[in-house]
Design a binder for this molecule. Structure first.
Ligand code: BG6
Length: 258
């Protein structure tokens, strides 16, 4: 029955809070690997949680890319902007994704859906070191980097290491290295082993993992049973203020291993 289900979910949230050592876990019913609807529910829950949580006034929200983030972006609403000015920025320079799931695109979509504003970070993938250095001097790039440095909120997902390395077209050498280091999780271009240690990092400007510690609102949004191992590994060293927003598919799979 319905009440029983709610109690179940609440219990799972408590169990995950203890197991993963983070302050907040929210679980949506279902498994997003099997039902696309679940990802939309995750997006609605993110919207609702941000609405209740974010302070009035100016908020700078740094976002990552990926299919999860792209779906979440579509579920944000203008309600989020009541009493607030929202500025969305990509958290890091391009780490190799298709246009529709790039952080720049996600941040633009979020601005559109909430009535907020956004800034693009124009740093191409494959340019020489010299060009890269010159680009970094550009005032428009500097301006966005400064905004990223001032963000109070970060929204990101978590992926499976090998899958993400392949999707990003990383070289065979790097993929082999990641495998031999037994990476299981990836988040914002960092790869983690089961103990949650960083074993590889795609060098990019913008937000670095150590910056997360000082950011009050950090949301890790990832669902589906296939992401259970990745979520658990990433959470080993994740900042404790992180909110994990996930689904029952991932939650049950993580709790099975206990
Ligand atoms: C992004 C993260 O938000 O989501 C990546 O920055 C992560 O590091 C990715 O791997 C997961 O992608 P997807 O498509 O599974 O949502």
């Amino acid at each position: 029955n319905f009440m029983g289900q709610i109690l179940d979910v609440h219990q799972q949230e408590q169990q995950l809070i203890e197991l993963l050592g983070i302050d907040h876990v929210l679980i949506v019913a279902g498994d997003s690997d099997d039902q696309p609807r679940v990802l939309k529910d995750i997006g609605r829950l993110v919207n609702e949680t941000l609405r209740l949580l974010l302070p009035d006034g100016e908020n700078i929200i740094a976002v990552m890319g990926g299919t999860t983030m792209a779906q979440v972006a579509k579920k944000l609403t203008p309600k989020l902007s009541v009493g607030r000015q929202l500025t969305f920025v990509p958290a890091r320079g391009g780490i190799g994704e298709a246009v529709d799931i790039q952080a720049n695109t996600v941040s633009a979509t979020m601005a559109k859906h909430t009535g907020g504003s956004h800034r693009m970070l124009y740093v191409p993938e494959h340019v020489s070191k010299e060009t890269y250095k010159t680009l970094l001097q550009e005032p428009s790039v500097q301006e966005v980097l400064q905004l990223i440095g001032k963000c109070n909120t970060v929204l990101h997902s978590i992926g499976e290491a090998t899958l993400m390395a392949q999707r990003r077209g990383m070289s065979a050498e790097v993929i082999d290295m990641i495998k031999s280091e037994q990476a299981v999780a990836e988040a914002f271009g960092y790869f983690f082993n089961e103990a949650g240690e960083v074993v590889y990092k795609i060098p990019r400007i913008g937000l670095q993992i150590r910056d997360l510690d000082h950011i009050p609102y950090v949301f890790a949004i990832a669902g589906g049973h296939s992401k259970a191992t990745a979520i658990q590994a990433y959470m080993k060293n994740a900042p404790s203020q992180t909110w994990l927003i996930t689904d029952e598919g991932a939650a049950k799979q993580i709790l099975k291993g206990v």
